[in-house]
Structures are given as C-alpha cells and as structure tokens.
Design a protein around this ligand. Structure first.
Ligand code: ZN
Length: 556
C-alpha cells in the first residue's frame, strides 16, 4: 500500500498537543513545517503540554494518541513526485531489455514471492516473511531466475543445489507479541496496547514462554549514564536513531543491548526512530531477549513513559512479551547459474551476481539487483551482444540463511569459473529512491517519509581501486546519471565479501537507505528509471570490462 497525505488534513489541535509532549514547542499547524514556530504557536504548545500533564488522568493512556497498528507492505510517503527519467545515450535506444518498465515487471514478480510467503504464513503465524533461502519462497525465486535465463535463449543454465553446512542453523521467530499492560493509573479506560511493529531479534530465555516485567527507559544512554540507572529485573527501552541505514547504528545499539542484559535487564526493546511503524529485522543483541519497535509504536511508548514519569506512575508501566521461535537446520538451497560464452576469450569470465534472498518484501534488498541481473542476461543473450569474455550470471541463494551461502557454494561448485574469473560484479541494493524523514509532521507529531527525484546514494566499491575501473564509474555518472557516492573505496560487503576469495577485483554497487531489512521496503520505494539507469550503466561497464586487458582490470 502506498498513499500520500496532505498536511492540510490534520487536526492542528491534536497535532500540537501530542507533539508538545515529546517534541517540546515545535509547531505542528498547517503552516509550512520549515518555518520556525511563532510566539503564539510556541505558547499554545507549552499550554497544551501542561494540559496533557495536568488533565491526563481522565483519558486513557494520559491522553496520548494510540499507535496506528501495523500494516504489512505499507510505506506512507508525503508527496509523490515522479523519479527523474533515465538517460538513454545515443545508440542505446534499441536496448529494449534495459528499459525500466520491463525490469519493473520482473521486480514485481520477485516481490510476489515474498508476498506469497506472507499470505501463506510460510514461517509460523506469518509475522515475518520474505524470500527465505532454505524455504519454498527462496527456492521459487531462484527457479524463476533460472527459467528467465532459459527464456532469454541462454543454453548453459543450471540450477546448482547444495545442503546447509553441518552444525549451522537459522533462527526464525514463529509467533510473538509485545503487550503494554493497561492500568487505570494511566487514565480511566487504559486498556492493553499491543505494539504490533515489535520484531524479535533473538529469543534469550523467552522462546516458548512469556515474561512480564516493568519498563525502564534508557534512551541512548552511554556507560556513564547507565551507571545511574538500575535496569535489574526490568525491560530496558533504548532508542536507535539511524542516520539513514540501520546498519550504521548496529554499533553502538547492539553492544548497548548486550550491556543492558549484562547489567541485569531481562529484555531490551529498541525503538527504531524512523517514520512509519515498520518491523525491522536488524541490529543484533548477543542472543538475549530483544525486540525492535517501529517508530510510531516507539513514539507512543516514549510519550507514555514520559507522562508516567510526570505523574509518578512509572513503576506501574509493565510489558508482557511472548515468543515462539525455532532453529532450522538440515535445509537445502540452490544457486541459479547461466553462462553466455565469450567470442574470443571464453575461458575468462566476468561474473555478475545478485542475491535472491530477502527479509519481508525486499524490493530494494535485493529485488532491484536481481531484476537488473535478469535484464542484463537478456541483453547479453541477444544475438550480436556476446562479448569477448564469457559472462556468468549468478542468481545467488544469498547470505541471510546461515550455512547456505550462495557465493560460497558458487565458488566451491564452479572451479573452472573460479579459476578463469577476471572480475566479479555484485549487484546489491541498486535502485531504491532517496527517501528521508519529511520536514513536516504527521497528526501524532511524527515525521513521515518523503522522496526526492533521484535514487539513494550508491556506494561503488572496487576492491583493488584499479584506475581503469574507477574511470568507468566516473563515466557512468556522466553518461547515465547514476548516483554514485563520491570517492573511490574498496567496499565489498553483502555478497561481495565472499567473492574476495577469488583474488580478482570485485565491483559492488550498494545503497544503504533507511528501509533496509524493514517491512517498508516495498515496490513503491524502487525507482523504475533507477532500475534502467543501473541496468544501462552495468551493460556499459561489462562491455568495457570484457574487452579490456587483464593488466588494466588488475594492475599489480
Ligand atoms: Zn543485500
């Protein structure tokens, strides 16, 4: 689901009241949000804040607006201006397989496997879904890629199956609930509130059982601050404020979770302070009982805890959690591999990889990369488009499922390609739109998402920093407008890291937007022109690489 919300439809009164509770005197009227609050607005906000504090006992939950619940496949964006169109350089208009609309159709098919995973409750009660390697959704995605490779006319196409490593297992939560317990002390009619965006990260002692404990708020506390907070026997509520990608808050948030558990907290709730109310499967916590909480649930929780602190009822705020989970082992998976032989140097290989696995809808991680990979296979399979070197397309089982490494098994199972590889391209998170918290506020005082006309920044990592390859990245920006992050770097994370073992340059394109590993990573956040931009750039890159001497690809 995807819709827009105009700021003029909100209730200014509710908006000011609720935003004032946590945000202080920020204006939340129908005036443009970028404007500073007027003296009147600031006074109104201050009055509203004291009114909430003084008069809240008559209303449920101190008068704080209840969270909106959880919507799967939802991304609420204000303003829906289109993405900037793709640039088609002269002489490339006949490359029909690289057109955005065609790639978008494939992306929809790929995301469809995730949607089916959710609809069929592939995992437990269906609170988590995805294209999960080792499960039918993962297998179907790889099979789809294989049949698309064949349909493109490629004769050398294989489904390469493999088994999960001995002793490895994948932990998945099957069913869970985080319930804030109601109490008349918070205002008459304060019924239980289920924080539906809660996402368990590991079970700790909780699996198969439940736990009820009081809450203690620690926010972003450092060790120095935690020395003054007693978390023993309580559920600690901490806050993660991603500067874009949740990856960038794995530290310090993950270690802090561990620290809180070590200090005696029975569990940790981590509020992911982003717009919307998404489930986020990211940020570890060392195996203890930890849940991530979406932005709007988190805002409710914080507001209620603030109001309880003011009214002296903090000790009454309690949460009840339950969780069932399972470790899965003995699974099997497959990579889909297609080879287009080279015209003159067929024993030398350019390997193109995209991982097929995903959490939730995974339109951007890595539906877009996989869709671009399939488009490139069709492009290079077109008569007359063969290159000097052989091109290998790997629809990889990915890296989310422990013991079922896509790239690891590809390298092990294809010694001839591993031996003859001259370069690896890893297409990973390649065409998500640039999405950031909006400057205006939602009716409960929360920010929503906004998109601009371009893609999120794309890190272009080249492990050997070869000037020739860096030059191609530069030319890509000039030729296609790809939004590469400035500055050469050697990044090869995700699938790219495993390919380092081949000892050849690895080129990884990767975005790090905030929706990563959340339920908000839906189709609408991928740019159709962005898919085309990346596909056209990659076709150009592969063509240039395929004809270049090894010494230019890897000058040592
Ligand atoms: Zn990925």
């Amino acid at each position: 689901m995807y819709y827009t919300r105009s700021s003029s439809t909100r209730s200014a009164r509710i908006c000011v009241t609720l935003s004032a509770l946590v945000m202080g005197a920020l204006a939340c009227s129908d005036t443009p949000a970028a404007e500073a609050p007027s003296a009147d607005e600031a006074r109104f906000a201050a009055e509203a804040r004291s009114a909430v504090r003084a008069g809240s006992a008559d209303e449920p939950w101190f008068g704080v607006m209840l969270p909106p619940g959880f919507e799967p496949h939802a991304l609420h964006v204000i303003s829906n201006r289109p993405a900037a169109p793709a640039v088609v350089p002269q002489g490339e208009s006949q490359y029909r397989h690289l057109a955005g609309a065609a790639i978008q159709a494939d992306l929809e098919a790929i995301v469809g496997f995730s949607r089916e995973s959710e609809e069929t409750h592939e995992v437990g009660e269906g609170q988590i879904w995805g294209r999960i390697t080792g499960f039918p959704s993962g297998a179907k995605t790889i099979q789809w890629a294989v049949s698309e490779f064949r349909a493109a006319g490629i004769s050398n196409v294989e489904l390469q199956p493999f088994e999960q490593n001995e002793g490895a297992s994948i932990w998945l939560p099957l069913s869970w609930e985080v319930r804030l317990l109601g109490d008349p002390a918070f205002g008459a009619g304060s019924a239980d509130v289920v924080l539906e965006s809660a996402m368990p990260l590991s079970a700790g002692d909780l699996s198969g059982g439940s736990l009820t404990a009081p809450l203690v708020y620690v926010g972003t506390a450092t060790s120095a601050e935690l020395a003054n907070i007693d978390v023993r026997g309580k559920v600690a509520v901490q806050k993660a404020i991603p500067q874009g990608h949740t990856v960038f808050v794995r530290s310090p948030v993950g270690p802090r979770s561990q620290d809180l558990l070590d200090r005696g907290a029975v569990a940790v709730l981590t509020i992911i302070d982003l717009p919307g109310n998404m489930r986020a499967r990211d940020i570890g916590c060392g195996g203890g009982t930890c849940f991530n909480i979406g932005g709007q649930d988190g805002r409710f929780l914080e507001s209620v805890m603030d109001a309880a602190a003011v009214s002296g009822t903090t000790a009454d705020i309690r949460v009840e959690m339950r969780l069932e989970s399972e470790r899965f082992s003995g699974l099997s998976a497959a990579n889909g591999v297609a080879i287009i032989p080279g015209t003159s140097r067929s024993d030398e290989y350019v390997v193109l990889n995209a991982h097929a696995d995903a959490w939730f809808d995974g339109a951007g991680d890595n539906g877009d990369g996989l869709a671009v990979l399939v488009a490139l296979a069709r492009h290079f399979a077109t008569p007359g488009m063969q290159q000097e070197r052989s091109i290998v397309f790997v629809a990889s089982a990915g890296h989310h499922s422990s013991g079922l490494s896509g790239p690891g098994n590809f390298v092990a199972m294809n010694p001839e390609i591993a031996e003859g590889a001259v370069l690896v391209v890893n297409l990973e998170h390649t065409a998500q739109r640039h999405i950031t918290p909006a400057r205006s506020l939602h009716e409960d005082g929360y920010r929503e998402w906004t998109m601009d006309s371009h893609e999120a920044p794309i890190v272009a990592g080249i492990t050997n920093l070869a000037p020739f390859l860096e030059g191609l990245v530069e030319r890509g920006i000039q030729r296609y407008g790809t939004n590469f992050v400035s500055g050469p770097n050697t990044m090869a994370s995700g699938e790219g890291g495993t390919y380092r073992r081949l000892g050849v340059p690895v080129f990884t394109t990767m975005q790090g937007p905030p929706m990563y590993h959340t339920t908000g990573e839906v189709l609408e956040m991928v740019s159709t022109p962005g898919l085309e931009r990346m596909a056209r750039f990659m076709a150009f890159f592969v063509e240039e690489v395929s004809g270049a001497p090894v010494a230019r690809l890897d000058p040592r």
